[in-house]
Write a protein that binds this ligand. Sequence first.
Ligand code: FES
Ligand SMILES: [Fe+2]
Length: 352
Amino acid sequence: MHSTSLHSNFNNPTQFVEGWYWALPSKELKVSKVKAVTLLGRNLAIYRGVSGEVVVVDAYCPHMGAHLAEGKVEGDGIRCFFHNWKYDSHGICVDVPSFGKPLPVCIKTWHTVEKYGMIWVWVGEEKPNLLPFVPELEQVDCDYILGTRFVKNCHPNVLLINAIDAHHFNTVHNLPLEIVFDSQTINSNAITFSNTTRGGDDSWLIRLIRPLYRKEVTYSMCYWYGSTGTVTLGPDFLHFYIIFALRSLEGGKTEGQTILVTPKRPGFWGWVLNRGLLCLTQQVGNYFAKGDTQVFQTIRFDLKTPTKADQSILQFIQHVNHQKALSWGTWHTVNYLNIQTPIGQEKNGFKI
Ligand code: FES
Ligand SMILES: [Fe+2]
């Protein structure tokens, strides 16, 4: 049982925030191939037409319910295996062989985009909002590699909190500096938490890297739809970027994929340097993933006793609860107002 109200989004396995979700890596879908994907409890068929464009449709054929991933891609459309009805890339029926002409039926299609080597699907009723990005790299052409794909025994919201759990950086990851976050809302679906401290002058590590940066060491996390987090990390002259793309599985478990990103650098040596940097980024990501592995197997998240160091976590919970929710499995809008934490309330001597 999750700890928060059934009516709020945060850590709730029965609903999720309307938004962009990763479906599968681009390279796993070749031209003229179709794959079955279950995303947030709904079954989809995802195919790549001859033009290279990806099309995402509901899985079941409107004729008799055959799974369209059993079918064949034909041009930029898909033909059902069972009775060979064909649907174009807008999901409109364009051929019923036994009937000699199409019937006025269609399959539901979903908005999709390919970025950072991933196929993303807009899960929502309204027009798509922005695709998740690293704030510093919004307009920048990037190189990327996919890192690890993983399943964790807790909800994506809970896993993502780890990146702004300031206190645990010292206790779990032995980071020799105090991290204090400042938040900045980007839009109703995105919020950034950035470290504001220089701190830790007495440690040898900080003294060693201090000449490399002017201000604080950059560490910031930008959350999108409460499910994808983009981390920016490093001294002024070299920032590492890691995207944690998560989605919830049945029962509120997490299926995730890390994506390592770096701005494109010119020429052959730029390419070589970027391969090296992306591998290094992966090591950085692994370092932080390591210490927490076990706790996410057994945690029953319940922030009963927040302290000042947990302030950003409370802010994130509020941010998630303010977003539009859909039901896991059906993707229908959740039709009640989210219960939100009252702002300005005093808890343990500090304001949330
Ligand atoms: S079930 Fe698809 S064509 Fe009959
Ligand atoms: Fe951690």
